[in-house]
Design a protein around this ligand. Structure first.
Ligand SMILES: [Zn+2]
Length: 188
């Protein structure tokens, strides 16, 4: 469903009124429209078509581990509607199909750019790759700093939440350790 920008604008105008601001003063008059366009961009995963993601695959015999490390993530905590920002590491062991590296980043974006919680985001990425590529195993690790933790409430800047979801071969300790050693190598 396409986003209703006018509705977002009207809603944000009400937020401005609610906090005691004058939405018609010069500095704010265009803000609701800007905020609506910002949400459209930030939450673009709501609008794009998952059928197109990972639709182009290549046949490949190699049963090696393929790792894409440090994929930037910007997502939105659905409880506070504040961003959580960090990176994802995605690995899979191909059964017979692989995809281009940039495609993995697009899958991450598709699920990240919507109201989310980090645990579900991690699982959705793993499940989607599992379903589309039918690999021998998938692993997704996500590390993010949550604005709702760093800007409000307990206010703990710098604390990072780490979530992981492992499927198939990655339940084997040796495979999991290989993956972890790759994502920890080189640090940042
Ligand atoms: Zn939150």
């Amino acid at each position: 469903m396409p986003m209703d920008l006018e509705k977002i604008e009207a809603g944000f105008r009400m937020i401005l009124e609610g906090i005691g601001e004058d939405p018609n003063r010069e500095g704010l008059v265009k803000t609701p429209a800007r905020v609506a366009r910002m949400y459209k961009e930030m939450l673009a995963g709501m609008e794009n078509d998952p059928a197109e993601l990972l639709s182009t695959t290549f046949d490949e015999e190699a049963r090696e581990m393929i790792i894409v490390r440090d994929i930037p993530i910007v997502s939105f905590c659905e409880h506070h509607f504040l961003p959580f920002i960090g990176k994802a590491h995605v690995a899979y062991v191909a059964r017979d199909r692989v995809v281009g590296l940039s495609k993995i980043g697009r899958v991450v974006d598709h699920f990240a750019r919507r109201p989310q919680i980090q645990e579900r985001l991690t699982r959705q990425i793993a499940d989607f790759i599992d379903e589309k590529l039918n690999p021998l195993g998938v692993a997704v690790v996500i590390e993010c700093e949550h604005s709702c933790m760093t800007m409000r409430g307990v206010c703990k800047p710098g604390s990072t939440m780490v979530t992981s979801h492992l499927k198939g071969l990655f339940h084997k300790q040796s495979t999991r350790e290989e993956f972890m050693s790759f994502i920890n190598r080189g640090g940042k």
